[in-house]
Structures are given as C-alpha cells and as structure tokens.
Design a protein around this ligand. Structure first.
Ligand code: 13P
Ligand code: SF4
Length: 312
C-alpha cells in the first residue's frame, strides 16, 4: 500500500503492519475519528453501529480495534471467541465514564418499571443492566421499538437523549452525561457558522449540545446524523460546501470520497481517538497485546442488550 505524503519510516511501519496482519489473518477496524493514517490502512472504517456489525460478522480470529476502549469491549462481548486487541488500552471516553454499573443499578431501583436504553458509549458494566443499546445511527428506531407508555431511562448522553425526546416526543428520564468534544458544539457556535457560510449544508452529530434546540432544527439546511450518516449526506447532496459539526477527523474520509467539495470543521479533537498510532498498532499486532476481554459472567449479562439492538 502506498499512502501519499507519508514518510519513508511510516511507509515501512505500514508495510510491516500489513505483512503481520495477513500472516495472522487479523482484521483492523477503525472509527472515523482516528488519525488519517489509521483510516487509510484499516480494513473497515465506520461508525459505532457499523463497527459493531463488522465485529459480529468477521471470520478473522484476531480483531484489532482502533478507537476507544468501549468499542473494543463491545467487540469482545459480540465475538467472545475472537481475540480483541487495541493499540492503546488507555483510550477512554468521557461519555462512557459518566456512569458506572452501580450508578445505573441505583437509578433502576428508584425507577423499577423503567426500560433502560443505553447509548453504546458505555462500559460492559453498564450494558449488563441495560435492556437495549443504541447508537446515534439507530437511536430513534430503538426508542420506537419500545411500547408506548413504557417509562424510558436513557443513559448516559444528555444531548443525544434530549435529541431523541425532541424528535420522538417520548417521555424519557435522561442521565446527565456528556461528551467533552461534542459538548463544545453549542447553538451559538452553529448559528455563527451558518451565518458565515450561508450556502453550506450544516451536518450535526446528535451528541452536540445544540441537539434539541428548536432554532437549529428549524434551519432548513441543518441535518442531524451519526458519522456514517454525514458521509452519506456528503455523497448524495448537490451542495458543494459543508459545515461539519462533529470531531474533525471525519473530514479525511469526506475529502477522499468527494475531493472537489469544501468542508468546514471545528477544531476540537477527541484526543482519546488519536491514541491509536501506526507504531502502537504495529506493536499490538506483533505481541497481540494489549487485549480487551470481557469476562464470561459479565459478558453474558451485557450481551442481550447489544444483541437486541443488532436484531432491529
Ligand atoms: P458514531 O460514529 O456512532 O456516530 O458515534 C460518534 C462517537 O462519538 C463515537 O464515540
Ligand atoms: Fe467519547 Fe466523545 Fe471521543 Fe466519541 S468523541 S469517543 S463520545 S469522548
């Protein structure tokens, strides 16, 4: 593989990664927020839902997950017979860290009739007490699958929760967690960008803090999407200019798919996603560590919430 503009040293690292990956029949999964060089060498690049689906369907014995830990943990829950490794096992997520299994258990005790819907950005402990998971790509579908009149407890993202409540009109109790990146995408910021770029389509991730603001929803050129939804929109839109309200690295893929279009991003990186570097990926592939393994008892408790989501 030859990646344009990459140094000779990096090129050697890439060649070594590909060689070992092929020898071990490994599959490299990566999220759109990872570094461009990781996006360019992975076997599958996707959003949280697509990555879970790939983890479920791959026949590779070794999954290398370039993303953050809850994603690799989800892959381990879905495919317990596969070895799951990561380039850096300190890659956390502020959202996933905003609730623990015991917090959720306590909340459930206070609301015994509530159906727990957890965003996939949660730890295995939280998934163990969850009825059904969702991602930003299927959250509305998941909520609509719950019988009307049932009380919903949504964890952990207050912005995605409020977005779903706004769109679905459902009664929901929402946990007050948030993503440190998307919390910075306020209504003020989005309105200013919309004024500065009057012809651009405005694509917003529902984790953003402006997600339930009617002012934003009333803008005819604003759309809310998961990361893969944004990519599809760019591909299918007649517009030539896009304001991208999510983590900026997704633009790397957009530029590859539609190079003649213009992308305006906000420079708020998810530093955890950048912990997957080529060098650490190579080292992980060589040593098959660090591994992410959810122990069997916890896996049995957490799996049904993911399986129900994947079945939808
Ligand atoms: P999606 O890629 O599922 O839209 O989620 C974004 C995200 O923040 C992942 O951590
Ligand atoms: Fe977590 Fe936010 Fe980073 Fe996504 S962007 S991994 S939600 S901290």
């Amino acid at each position: 593989m030859d990646i344009k503009g990459i140094s000779r040293d990096k090129q050697q690292v890439i060649e070594e990664i590909i060689k070992i990956k092929n020898e071990k029949r490994a599959v490299i999964l990566a999220h759109y927020y990872t570094l461009p060089e990781i996006q360019d060498i992975c076997d599958y690049l996707g959003d949280s839902l697509g990555l879970s689906q790939q983890a479920a369907s791959t026949d590779s014995p070794l999954i290398v997950f370039c993303g953050v830990n809850f994603m690799a943990e989800t892959a381990s829950i879905i495919s317990p017979d596969k070895k799951v490794i990561v380039p850096d096992n300190t890659a956390g997520c502020s959202l996933a860290e905003s609730i623990t299994g015991s917090d959720l258990l306590e909340w459930k005790r206070e609301n015994p009739t509530g159906v727990v819907v957890s965003y996939v950005n949660t730890t295995a402990d939280v998934k163990a007490y969850t009825d059904i998971c969702c991602t930003s790509a299927n959250a509305l579908r998941v909520i609509e699958s719950i019988p009307a009149g049932k009380k919903i407890l949504f964890v952990p993202d207050k912005n995605l929760g409020e977005y779903i409540r706004y769109k679905s009109g459902r009664e929901m109790e929402i946990w007050p967690g948030s993503c440190c990146v998307h919390q910075r995408f306020t209504s003020r910021l989005v309105l200013d960008l919309a004024a500065k770029y009057p012809k651009a389509d405005i694509l917003i991730h529902p984790e953003s803090s402006c997600s339930a603001d009617p002012q934003i929803h009333n803008m005819s050129r604003a759309w809310f999407y998961s990361t893969s939804g944004m990519i599809n929109h760019v591909q299918n839109s007649k517009s030539d200019q896009f304001v991208i309200v999510t983590e900026k690295e997704i633009i790397h893929r957009m530029k590859q798919i539609c190079p003649s279009k213009e992308y305006i991003s906000v420079d708020v990186p998810c530093r955890q996603m950048k912990k997957s570097t080529l060098e650490k990926l190579l080292s992980a592939l060589r040593s098959e560590t660090p591994g992410i393994k959810v122990e069997a008892g916890l896996r049995e408790m957490a799996y049904p919430s993911i399986e129900r989501m994947l079945r939808l």
